[in-house]
Design a protein around this ligand. Structure first.
Ligand SMILES: C[S@@+](CC[C@H](N)C(=O)[O-])C[C@H]1O[C@@H](n2cnc3c(N)ncnc32)[C@H](O)[C@@H]1O
Length: 431
């Protein structure tokens, strides 16, 4: 690993590899090739050619095993979205988030470094965290991809309610966005998003619904400094440091065409009426939970999918959030990778949006009880939640399931766990 040091921590020169199902061990990077992970084909779901792969195992082992299997090739990944344990020190029902800080930093750095050679030229990497470690994760990401690769931090509104036990209730998660080609180059291939403001027809315009936008532009432009008189008779100049959006003749033409809307019923500022309501916009950093879902929306979705489960999964993300990310960052057929699969949101959304996908999840129980059953339902078309309605999802497609043994220690065989579950289900149905 030849990367410059922005941040230091104990053992940062070592590689953090998985030991057993939940632990890690530091090893000398020079020896890591001796530890090549062992891979087992578990099953295939669906009749079609597989467009997805579930790997039961640690993300680093999964990447190495998929490269050895020929499934992952250099420069093939268009988008990485990862939602790892945030480094909070908490133990959730389904997984522990109690790694010491140095181990957490190595865990992140090593998996990001391992992904780097497989990123396409126009790839982007989205790292979903909370504020516990996001500032340190930025230094790691700067090291791995270069500080110029930083694009933005998306602020996702994760809850609409206030947590009254806290001093200041945290309502958002930061999602760090990096494009290794640099944001200027990535801007040429990323997609725009549908306009955020609902179109309406407040004046019964026969041309139909419209959105309004300020009739001002940044900076001082001498040709765009003139007096506009509003319907209430007030003379207006552009705000300080700004200009009107267009020259006076253009303003007069727009006024004659009924393309100007006045705030305060005619006593306020001019705004432009825009009838091109399908126009796409540059994505912005503020993502409202009402538009892309909240943590609670994601939990309600899982609870509907698994009505018999006591607790479904603690930290799922809403499908609409992943839909927006994958819409911006990929096109149909592109490969999406998520190394921290959890309940399988990224894979489910990528599948429904016609992307290829790879996801890994370390805990056998999570794969057997949530991730796999959820993705099976997606293929069968047996679930109507999440983004299914918005993409008219009816089922179809296929994916492979593999298990990668950790380099150190042992884990239960997924095949045996699935067989035991199937036997138990058959026995319940028979009784
Ligand atoms: C925050 S959850 C992901 C939630 C997921 N985005 C969703 O919508 O359901 C993190 C997941 O990563 C898994 N995990 C932790 N370390 C891992 C590793 N090294 N490799 C693979 N999975 C890991 C945990 O078991 C947990 O299920």
């Amino acid at each position: 690993m030849t990367i410059s040091t922005y941040l230091t921590w104990p053992n940062r020169d070592q590689l953090l590899v998985a030991r057993g199902e939940t632990e890690y061990a530091w090893v000398d990077p020079a020896e890591q090739s001796l530890l090549g992970p062992d891979i087992a084909e578990v099953t295939a779901v669906g009749e079609d050619a597989a467009s997805g792969v579930v790997v039961c195992g640690d993300g680093l082992d999964a990447l190495e095993a998929l490269v050895a299997r020929g499934t992952l090739r250099e420069r093939s990944i268009r988008c990485v979205y990862i939602d790892p344990p945030f480094g909070t020190g908490k133990r959730f029902g389904h997984y522990s988030d109690a790694l010491a800080e140095g181990a957490w930093l190595s865990m992140m750095r090593d998996r990001l470094v391992a992904l780097r050679p497989y990123l396409a030229r126009d790839a982007s990497v989205w790292v979903h965290l909370d504020e516990t470690m996001s500032h340190k994760a930025r230094l790691i990401l700067d090291e791995v991809f270069g500080a110029d690769a930083y694009v933005a931090t998306v602020v996702w509104q994760k809850r609409l309610t206030v947590e009254s036990r806290t001093a200041i209730s945290s309502a958002h998660d930061p999602i760090l966005v990096y494009a290794p080609s640099g944001q200027k180059a990535w801007k040429r291939t990323r997609n725009r998003v549908p306009g955020g403001v609902e179109a309406s027809n407040r004046d019964g315009d026969p041309r139909g619904p419209w959105r309004d936008a300020p009739f001002t532009a940044p900076g001082y432009r001498s040709g765009q400094q003139y007096v506009i008189t509003n319907p209430a008779g007030h003379d207006l100049l552009p705000p300080r440091g700004r200009s009107w959006f267009a020259t006076e003749p253009v303003f007069r033409r727009l006024l004659a065409e009924d393309r100007i809307w006045w705030t305060k019923g005619g006593a306020g500022q001019p705004r432009m009426k825009n009838f091109d309501i399908d126009a796409l916009q540059v994505p912005s950093t503020l993502w409202n939970g009402r538009d892309v879902g909240t943590n609670d929306d994601a939990k309600r979705h899982l609870a509907r999918l698994f009505p018999d489960a006591d607790t479904v999964f603690d930290t799922p993300k809403p499908e609409a959030l992943l839909q927006r990310i994958l819409h911006i960052a990929t096109n149909p057929g592109d490969l999406v990778v998520d190394l921290f699969g959890g309940s399988g949101t990224t894979a489910a959304v990528a599948h429904k949006m016609g992307r290829q996908w790879i996801t890994s999840e370390r805990l056998v129980e999570t794969v057997a009880s949530i991730l796999l059953p959820r993705l099976e339902l997606v293929v069968e078309g047996g679930e109507a939640g999440g983004i299914s309605e918005s993409v008219a999802w009816r089922g179809g497609g296929a994916f492979d399931v593999l298990q990668v043994a950790p380099r150190l220690g042992q884990v239960p065989a997924l095949k045996a766990v699935l067989r035991t579950r199937a036997d138990a289900l058959r026995a319940r149905q028979a009784s």
